[in-house]
Design a protein around this ligand. Structure first.
Ligand code: 2P0
Length: 320
């Protein structure tokens, strides 16, 4: 009745932006990501008859704010197993100091895997990704390592992740921490508002699927530059849909733009690197892993060393 799991965070190269079903967390578009080695979450779940309510500890401190979301998530497993036991959940986020990155992807992937084991449900990875999805959309992809596609599907059973490539061909990311404060608007709210109010959203579901198709070809051909250009454009198009919302949603900060300019400067010098940005001001640079340290050195002219993290591809979720 007790199990512990580790899951790594992921960064989307083709973004998920918008839900077609809020309750089931079904996405409007399929997405594709790179699982990262440097950022991960470890979660232990123990079901027991000795308590009447779930208890959740985050980094050693009891967290009552997130409890209802976690309990609702555990209910999915309790219903599937026809069990009533409450659980003690202990989560540690291993994110380099000052990273300030969202941890919902690694968080819900680790929670799903630990609960799957502890409850005895024992579904396979594909089905596990559908459970992770119910916690947080991006968690669907953190079930697998390397490059992962989340196929949008048409219902709960068909919206799952699949492995695309192990990313072992000199691929990495440089994460630049621009600001580690909590974001003002959650992705959930941002997506909803974009769909409802942005005149630019209507092109997104179809256009992002074209990008997805193209990037999968580039990955198959191991064409890193093509993969990078598609990644950078796709992120900017996602942000364009948000900029068109009312009120506008803008995650860019001056330093985010500075990183983008440095990326272009490096590219002009012949170094293949490409930026992407999510629902926050931090910028992630897709690059050759072997050039990560060189890119970091350039960034250190404008950023502090602890604000720059070089990482390779990470593995899928594992029971530890
Ligand atoms: C992504 N993002 O594909 C996109 C790009 C942010 C921008 O998935 O509402 O925390 O829990 O499904 O997964 C972040 O959103 O949102 C996200 P919910 P989630 O990575």
């Amino acid at each position: 009745m007790k199990a512990k799991a580790r899951a790594h965070a992921n960064i989307a190269l083709i973004k998920y932006w918008g839900k077609s079903d809020e309750n089931l967390s079904l996405p409007m578009n399929s997405s594709l990501s790179l699982t990262l080695d440097a950022f991960y979450t470890e979660t232990e779940v123990e079901f027991t008859n000795s308590i009447n309510e779930d208890v959740f500890f985050l980094n050693g401190v009891e967290d009552k704010n997130t409890l209802s979301k976690i309990s609702k998530f555990l209910d999915l497993f309790r219903i599937a197993r026809n069990m009533n036991e409450r659980a003690i959940i202990k989560t540690i986020n291993y994110v380099p100091t000052a990273a300030g990155l969202a941890s919902s992807a690694s968080g819900f992937a680790a929670l799903a895997a630990a609960t799957n084991k502890a409850s005895g449900l024992d579904v396979n990875s594909r089905e596990l990704s559908t459970f992770a999805r119910r916690g947080s959309g991006s968690a669907t992809r953190s079930i697998y390592g390397g490059i992962v596609e989340w196929q949008k599907g048409i219902n709960d059973k068909t919206s799952f992740a699949v492995e695309i490539d192990d990313a072992s061909w000199d691929i990495g990311m440089v994460v630049v921490i621009v600001n580690r404060e909590e974001k003002k608007m959650s992705s959930r709210e941002g997506m909803k508002s974009t769909i409802l109010t942005s005149p630019f959203y209507k092109n997104w579901p179809e256009d992002s699927q074209k990008d997805l198709k193209e990037i999968k070809i580039a990955i198959k051909e191991k064409d890193f530059e093509k993969m990078g250009y598609i990644t950078e454009r796709n992120a900017l198009k996602m942000h364009a849909t948000m900029l068109g919302a009312n009120p506008p949603i803008m995650y860019f900060e001056p330093k985010s733009i500075l990183v983008m300019q440095i990326v272009h400067e490096l590219r002009d010098k012949g170094i293949p690197c490409f930026f992407t940005m999510d629902a926050g001001p931090n910028v992630k640079i897709l690059c050759r892993l072997s050039q990560g340290e060189m890119i970091k050195n350039r960034l250190m002219e404008d950023f502090k060393e602890y604000e720059i993290i070089v990482t390779g591809p990470g593995p899928g979720v594992e029971i530890i």
